[in-house]
Design a protein around this ligand. Structure first.
Ligand SMILES: [Zn+2]
Length: 172
């Protein structure tokens, strides 16, 4: 009796996990080549070693996200990007900003006036390059995003200045 119940239970559990997997696969094939190549490797569990990071990131993404690099202003694919959707961390897929938060900053990098709620972006004092700035990072994987400034033109007064290479985009 108990045995049968267990069998039925385990069958239904494995069926539902199959259904979840089937619902999951990369349905957004509209993103760029880089994003598509990396899509399958990304989960919200980030890699533990730098060697593993190098496997899932392009060299350019690795430099920005893991070595705190900065892309040349005006060169990023999301700088003038205006589609509706969600900007996610290029390292781990964590949702960080929406297109509604993006504004035209004329500074050369994608800029947002706020972040998606829930502590998905963390900050740290950055005193490199002779400046005192506040670095922003993905709270989930620690990837470098850019910096935040308090000179934003919207009512929040904030400007999240983010490298395009730190981001992927999910169209809505
Ligand atoms: Zn991340």
């Amino acid at each position: 009796m108990h045995k049968q119940l267990l069998i039925i239970l385990s069958i239904s559990v494995s069926l539902s996990s199959c259904a979840q997997q089937a619902a999951n696969p990369s349905s957004n094939n509209t993103t760029s080549n880089t994003a598509m190549n990396n899509e399958n490797n990304k989960t919200n569990t980030p890699p533990q070693t730098e060697a593993d990071w190098k496997k899932i990131l392009s060299p350019e993404q690795y430099h920005i996200l893991r070595e705190k690099g900065t892309e040349y202003p005006g060169t990023g694919k999301f700088y003038l990007h205006k589609e509706k959707g969600i900007y996610v961390c290029a390292g781990c897929g964590s949702e960080l900003f929406t297109s509604d938060m993006k504004f035209e900053s004329h500074c050369g990098w994608p800029s947002f006036d706020r972040e998606i709620a829930g502590g998905k972006v963390k900050t740290k004092l950055d005193t490199t390059h002779g400046m005192i700035r506040t670095e922003i990072m993905c709270a989930n994987c620690g990837g470098h995003l850019g910096h935040i400034f308090d000179d934003g033109p919207t009512e929040t007064g904030q400007r999240y200045c983010v490298n395009s290479l730190s981001l992927d985009f999910k169209k809505q």
